[in-house]
Design a protein around this ligand. Structure first.
Ligand SMILES: C[S@@+](CC[C@H](N)C(=O)[O-])C[C@H]1O[C@@H](n2cnc3c(N)ncnc32)[C@H](O)[C@@H]1O
Length: 223
């Protein structure tokens, strides 16, 4: 087996060590030594965009918030379905992740940060949500393993009643909140309904038609 090469390392605001590593063609981002994501499987990250943007494609000059950047697959799939007059705001907590996507990771998702429709905000996606009043047609969240498994302790507030109320306020009428999760979560589904969303749940394979683990996408519609 080829050795794992360390390409970069950084510390997140809550003290987690994030490492960018490479073994042959595979890039892996580790959080405190445990795999956070790899370029081997990204079908469900792309499905987050296609499900989340399904209605947005009909909007004039749509504005979509993507949080976080990871390896750029959700961002690429978002750009691929949206029109030339769209704006995609990417909120990424870790500055080094943005740098890696401009460098070693750039080609994995066909250099999405170079698309003129993209605006990068380095910071907490929760902050971007709270700062928006009806600004987004869709909010696509993939910052954790799921609503009950946080990669950052500060993320818990995204999935509480208060966090969901902030997401509702940040959406335009008819907007969509889409949340990626490694698992089903009935409590989160209930919380979305309680927050006033019409809820749909999609199950997708990590490699789409080619198998892999099954992931969950929660969709909350404001209509
Ligand atoms: C699993 S990755 C996202 C993968 C991405 N969907 C893709 O297609 O590659 C999670 C990302 O969210 C970022 N993140 C974690 N908490 C965040 C927050 N509160 N605000 C913005 N980004 C955050 C992490 O630094 C990481 O880049």
């Amino acid at each position: 087996m080829q050795p794992l090469a360390l390409l970069g390392e950084t510390t997140t605001p809550d003290g987690t060590t994030l490492s960018l590593t490479r073994r042959g063609p595979e890039f892996i981002i580790l959080a405190n030594g445990k795999p956070l994501m790899s370029n081997r499987m990204h079908g469900s990250e792309e499905a987050l965009a296609t499900f989340g943007c399904a209605r947005v494609v009909r909007s004039a000059a749509p504005v979509v918030l993507v949080g976080g950047l990871g390896m750029g697959y959700t961002l690429r799939a978002t750009l691929d379905v949206l029109s030339a007059d769209a704006t995609v705001v990417v909120a990424e907590l870790v500055p080094a992740v943005v740098e890696w996507n401009r460098g070693a990771l750039a080609d994995l998702a066909r250099r999405p940060l170079e698309d003129p429709r993209v605006r990068v905000e380095v910071g907490d996606v929760g902050q971007a949500l709270r700062a928006s009043h009806g600004g987004f047609d869709a909010i696509l969240l993939d910052v954790d393993n799921g609503p009950a498994a946080f990669t950052s302790t500060t993320n818990v507030g995204l999935y509480t009643d208060g966090g969901l109320a902030a997401a509702t306020r940040a959406l335009r009428p008819g907007g969509v909140l889409a949340v990626w999760s490694a698992w089903d979560d009935r409590k989160f589904e209930q919380r979305l309904k309680y927050a006033g969303f019409r809820v749909a749940v999609e199950h997708v394979r990590a490699r789409l038609k080619r198998g892999g683990p099954r992931h969950t996408i929660f969709l909350g519609y404001t209509d």
